[in-house]
Design a binder for this molecule. Structure first.
Ligand code: 1PW
Length: 205
C-alpha cells in the first residue's frame, strides 16, 4: 500500500550518503558523528519495508543509530569517538559507541550489497539478493540461531514489485537511487573500515 511516510525513502538515503561521500572524498575534513547518524537514520525505514521478519534487524539497527545520535551531542567526529573508547578501554564492550558503529556499518554495507544484487538480478524475488547480502556481510558474525531465523525470514520478504510500491518508486527511478546509494555508501564504509584498521581495532568481531 502506498504510504506517505515512505515517500522518497530511497532518494533521502541516496542524497544523505552522497553528501557523506563528498566529505570522505574531499579528504580535508573528518566525518562528523551528527551527519553520519542522521544519514544512517534514513536507512531505517527500508528495513521496515522488508517484512515482519526483519523487525528485529530494524530494532537493533535503530537502537544503535540512536546511540550514535546521542553520542553526537558531545562528540564531534567518528575519530574522536573511537579514540575516547580506546582511552576508556571499552572498544568491544557491549553497547559501546565503537561497537555500535561497527554494527551500523555492517547494516549500511548489507543494504549496499542488497541493492547491488537487486540491480544485477532479473525477476521479482528478493530472496537471492537478500540471502547473498546477508551471507556476505552478517552471517560470518552471527551464531546458528540468528542465521536460522534470518533464513526463515527470507521467505517472508516482499517481492521486488511490492517493495517498489512500499517505497513509492517505479523500477527506473529506484534503480537510479540505488546506484547512487551503492556508490556513495561504499566510500563511507571504506572510510569507517580504515578508521578501525588504522587504530588496529580489527573489523571482524
Ligand atoms: C536485506 C535483507 C535482510 C537481511 C537482514 C539481516 C539482518 C541481520 C541483522 C539481524 C540482527 C538482529 C539480531 C541482533 C543481533 C545482535 O546480536 C548483533 N547485531 C548485529 C547487527 O549483528 C550484535 O549486536 P551487539 O551484541 O553488538 O549489541
Amino acid at each position: 500500500m502506498a504510504n506517505s511516510e515512505n515517500e522518497k525513502i530511497l532518494r533521502k538515503m541516496a542524497d544523505a550518503f552522497k553528501e557523506l561521500a563528498t566529505t570522505v572524498n574531499s579528504q580535508t575534513a573528518d566525518m562528523e558523528v551528527a551527519p553520519f547518524s542522521r544519514a544512517c537514520s534514513f536507512v531505517s525505514p527500508l528495513f521496515g519495508c522488508l517484512g515482519i521478519a526483519f523487525k528485529f534487524a530494524e530494532m537493533d539497527y535503530v537502537a544503535k543509530v540512536g546511540d550514535l545520535a546521542e553520542a553526537s551531542k558531545s562528540i564531534a567526529t567518528l575519530k574522536v569517538m573511537l579514540d575516547r573508547d580506546i582511552e576508556g578501554n571499552c572498544v568491544r564492550k557491549a553497547g559501546s559507541h565503537t561497537r555500535n558503529l561497527l554494527r551500523v556499518k555492517r547494516g549500511l554495507d548489507m543494504v549496499r550489497v542488497l541493492f547491488e544484487q537487486i540491480l544485477a538480478t532479473e525477476g521479482d524475488s528478493l530472496k537471492d539478493p537478500a540471502s547473498k547480502a546477508y551471507a556476505q556481510v552478517f552471517a560470518p558474525h552471527h551464531g546458528w540461531a540468528i542465521r536460522k531465523a534470518v533464513a526463515a525470514g527470507m521467505y517472508a520478504l516482499p517481492t521486488k514489485a511490492q517493495l517498489m510500491k512500499k517505497l513509492n518508486e517505479d523500477e527506473a527511478s529506484a534503480r537510479i537511487q540505488m546506484q547512487h546509494y551503492v556508490a556513495a555508501s561504499s566510500s563511507v564504509v571504506l572510510y569507517i573500515d580504515k578508521l578501525f584498521l588504522s587504530r588496529e581495532l580489527g573489523i571482524d568481531w
